[in-house]
Design a protein around this ligand. Structure first.
Ligand SMILES: [Zn+2]
Length: 556
């Protein structure tokens, strides 16, 4: 036997609140990067003390450490988080590893050694978290001014000099000026360098670099977005709309639980992070280009207006039209222009599955490792945290649909946020009501929801919608077709047939095909635009036409 060992686990406490307490992207960006770097620093501390990292990322850490180092490490990791962020904390706990636990699990279960070990240590971790739940206290004197960004903590006089028009607290100031804040943009550029085809595609023929040093910093400069307004302005179909994308790995806990050794766990965890990162960067490079947008008024208050040379004749500036909030472990969160959100999300799901497949097969696992999630399409004035909450709920719906279908690929759900929806943020409840579910007196209701879809199906629908747009199928006609659904099944069918009979542009050939592509494989074809779900379902007919009509407004 070597030196006695301990199993050490860490999990950050409510750090999502820390990241999303501000509305502006630089603070969110800085906070998210701080936490990401802290994950890495914690893992490095473990290695420096002779430990082995099993899982790291997304605020979590699981490691095997020398028993006599465990307590010191736990304290050190906890201290790192507080000293960097002042308010975001992590909880660390450790237990001596019982003999044979790494091979057999604890309590022993050869079928899922890591499942039992993780349950065991996480049980202790949870107990520790609950025992020290504290509410952060901020002394707010009656006359102190509150930080503009978080609206919670008092303004720090020291930051007033830097941002007189945007007074910040110390915490938000540290986020905004965090030195690692541009890491994702740098990684994106590094990715493009390694993939010249994608670099050409992203820059669409223009040079990514100035032709002469004298041009440096002029109109070749690409800024990072200041707020959702700038990303929304890059939306070609409906200006001012953004897409919030959230995806994460399906059944990851169960997959890791069944791995035979901790080395396999560590290897797969690294492969997952790498595949997620590559999938995100690739999807952005394929579907986006730098965009000319008007600088957000928010820039004036923080002295980040572009210089005259950086603007075009209309006064616009160039930005990278996206914000990667996180790619941590198998968690992916990003914001893009709304007209690109669906294909980007579908490409991430596809790319992740392909990227991790080889490693997964090497572990002798047969079922593919997939990623599912949600996309919220919304006007740019909505708070980022509301979009985040909704996207996470959609991800739950997508995962449920995938499980029920037993599908070998990730699923995607989406929501076009109307202002009324925000009053009732529960996605599941929203969908049980008009217009998504239509009551029919004396019979089962109609369902106007085909969502969630397998990622490849949603991608196929999206591509067909582009054909429809190219065939100049009018948005107004699509709107009328969708509206007819609200008058009931027969009326909607008659209206669909009537419009189709009068169709001269060939749009209905595409539309018929879209509805066929979108039809749930469990459903029988019905009179278009309907399909007939299995008897066990709670409704008599359903259609994807409402989904299609909502998406069509975003196709440019
Ligand atoms: Zn603040």
């Amino acid at each position: 036997m070597g030196t006695p060992q301990a199993l050490l686990a860490a999990d950050t406490d409510r750090t999502q609140d820390y990241v999303f307490e501000s509305a502006r992207l630089p603070e969110i960006r800085g906070a998210s990067r701080q936490l990401d770097d802290l994950d890495r620093r914690a893992a490095n501390l473990v290695r420096q003390r002779g430990g082995q990292v099993i899982l790291s990322g997304g605020g979590r850490l699981l490691a095997i450490v020398p028993l006599d180092e465990a307590e010191a490490l736990a304290l050190e990791v906890e201290k790192e988080y507080v000293s960097e962020t002042r308010v975001a904390t992590t909880t660390v706990d450790w237990r001596p590893l019982p003999p044979g636990a790494l091979e057999q699990g604890y309590p022993p279960d050869p079928g899922r050694p890591f499942g039992t070990l993780m349950n065991w240590i996480e049980g202790w971790l949870r107990r520790k978290k609950e025992s020290r739940e504290t509410v952060p206290f901020w002394e707010s004197l009656p006359h102190t001014e509150r930080c503009r960004s978080c609206q919670v903590r008092p303004v720090s006089p020291a930051t007033l000099q830097k941002y007189p028009d945007w007074p910040l607290c110390d915490v938000c100031y540290a986020k905004r000026t965090y030195e690692g804040r541009f890491a994702w943009f740098h990684r994106f550029q590094g990715f493009l360098k390694r993939n010249p085809d994608l670099e050409r595609r992203y820059y669409a023929g223009e040079s990514p670099f100035p032709d002469s040093p004298a041009d440096a910093g002029k109109r070749f400069a690409r800024h990072t977005p200041q707020d959702l307004t700038e990303i929304g302005e890059a939306c070609g179909s409906r200006e001012g709309y953004v897409g919030f994308i959230y995806l994460d790995g399906d059944d990851m806990g169960e997959v890791f639980a069944r791995l035979p050794t901790w080395q396999a766990c560590a290897g797969l965890s690294q492969a997952v992070q790498k595949a997620a990162e590559e999938a995100v960067l690739r999807a952005l490079a394929i579907h986006l280009h730098p965009a000319w947008v008007f600088p957000s008024p928010a820039r004036a208050s923080v002295d980040e207006m572009p210089s005259e040379e950086e603007r075009d004749e209309l006064g616009r500036m160039r930005i990278h039209p996206f914000e990667i909030i996180t790619v941590g472990g198998d968690d992916v969160m990003l914001i893009v222009p709304a007209d690109r959100a669906i294909p980007i999300a579908a490409e991430i799901a596809r790319g992740f599955q392909a990227g991790v497949a080889k490693r997964f097969a090497a572990e002798g696992l047969s079922h593919p490792l997939t990623m599912s999630g949600g996309v919220v399409l919304a006007a740019d004035h909505n708070p980022v945290r509301v979009l985040r909450d909704l996207a996470k709920e959609l991800a739950v719906e997508a995962k449920r649909a995938r499980r029920e279908a037993g599908a070998g690929e990730g699923y995607l759900d989406f929501l076009v946020l109307r202002s009324a929806d925000i009053l009732d943020r529960r996605v599941a409840r929203l969908r049980g009501t008009y217009p998504y579910t239509l009551p029919v007196p004396g019979r089962k209701p109609l369902s106007l929801l085909g969502r969630p879809y397998p990622a490849s199906t949603l991608q196929a629908i999206w591509e067909e919608l582009h054909h429809l747009r190219r065939a100049r199928f009018p948005a107004s006609q699509m709107h009328l077709l969708a509206e007819a659904l609200l008058r009931g099944r027969r009326e909607a069918t008659l209206f669909y047939l009537y419009q189709k009979a009068r169709d001269k542009g060939g749009g209905f050939a595409h539309l018929d095909r879209i509805l066929e592509v979108a039809r749930n494989p469990d459903d029988e074809p019905g009179p278009l635009p309907w399909s007939i779900p299995p008897k066990r379902m709670g409704y008599s007919y359903r259609t994807a036409l409402w989904d299609v009509a909502e998406l069509y407004t975003f196709v440019s």
